[in-house]
Design a protein around this ligand. Structure first.
Ligand code: SAM
Length: 298
């Protein structure tokens, strides 16, 4: 595909938008990419080839979908905005390996589509230029879905990508970093200026790659309890772990019992949540889960 013919050029994008009298819906996070090089970089970071089937979230007018159609075996793209469906039929008419599904990705039955459409054992990867207003919801929804895709490579607000990939003892590290990294190994692949989108978003963007883990990185007695403890530990970022956890366990555990948890796990209660590794959060959560549920120590 020559660059001239690609959808993702300022000229071609404007022509398509004019032809259909399309007006952007800010509420749906519609910022379309107009730079083929950026798209090809995304495809490379996602490691897309003929041996891969791809799921795209939010194809827009098809800028990324087209590059996926060229590189991957099959592409399934979920688009919530019905106005874009006839446009996509037109812009992607020369690709026979693309299926557009006019559904909200948060509500779609992805598993059925998977079986009915991909129909082979090729690994499936998710690739997207995400709508920024629901980036976290979409990623957590996919990661918790149990669908056996192997990775997600997605454009999002730079600040969100940095928080998702952050490690302990950095300002960006928080409960979001732990939620994402519990399921994946996360890395920011590139940052992207506002100028490669139409309309231009107000914030810079970044491409985040999430490689799904085969096994969780820590052993947990109870996942949702673990995430509760993580949330509670970051509730007031500047306060100590002792402070946040006493507050969280009020009425359930005494201060002495909370203190015993710090002793048992050898984690200093004067530390802040941002200094704890995922393993340390797991140790604390597993200990308090036992205490609260009266499980004798193993
Ligand atoms: N992929 C195109 C591109 O790169 O030019 C468009 C990306 S634009 C940032 C996000 C797209 O996601 C829009 O087309 C929007 O309509 C769509 N969208 C928003 N919310 C969605 C949802 N819940 N499910 C599926 N698509 C959604």
């Amino acid at each position: 595909m020559s660059e001239q013919k690609a959808i993702a050029t300022p000229k071609r994008t404007k022509e398509i938008l004019e032809k259909y009298g399309f007006s952007f819906k800010k509420s749906l996070g519609q910022n379309f990419l107009i730079d083929v090089n950026i798209l090809q970089n995304i495809i490379q970071h996602a490691n897309i080839s003929e041996e891969i089937n791809a799921i795209e979230v939010g194809p827009g007018i098809g800028a990324l979908t087209e590059q996926l159609a060229i590189a991957a075996h099959k592409v399934a793209a979920f688009e919530i905005d019905g106005r874009l469906v006839p446009i996509l039929k037109d812009t992607l008419s020369s690709y026979s390996n693309v299926r557009i599904i006019n559904e909200d990705i948060l509500k779609a039955d992805i598993a059925s589509l998977w079986q009915g459409y991909f129909q082979d054992d090729r690994p499936v990867k998710v690739v997207a230029n995400l709508p920024y207003y629901i980036t976290t919801r979409i990623l957590m929804h996919l990661l918790m879905s149990q669908l056996p895709f192997s990775s997600i490579t997605a454009m999002m607000q730079k600040e969100v990508a940095e928080r998702m990939a952050a490690h302990e003892n950095t300002k960006d590290y928080g409960s979001l970093s732990i939620a994402i990294q519990y399921y994946t190994v996360a890395s920011v692949k590139m940052t992207v200026p506002t100028t490669v989108f139409i309309p231009q978003p107000r914030v810079d963007s970044a491409v985040l790659h999430l490689e799904k883990r085969q096994q969780p990185p820590v052993d947990l007695r109870d996942e949702s309890f673990f995430f509760e403890i993580v949330q509670a530990s970051f509730q007031q970022r500047r306060k100590t772990l002792r402070n946040n956890l006493n507050r969280h366990f009020k009425g359930k555990l005494s201060k002495e019992q909370v203190e015993a948890g710090f002793q048992h796990t050898a984690i200093d209660g004067t530390r802040r949540g941002e200094s704890l590794s995922m393993q340390e959060f797991a140790d604390i959560a597993n200990y308090f889960y036992q205490q609260i549920n009266n499980i004798p120590p193993s």
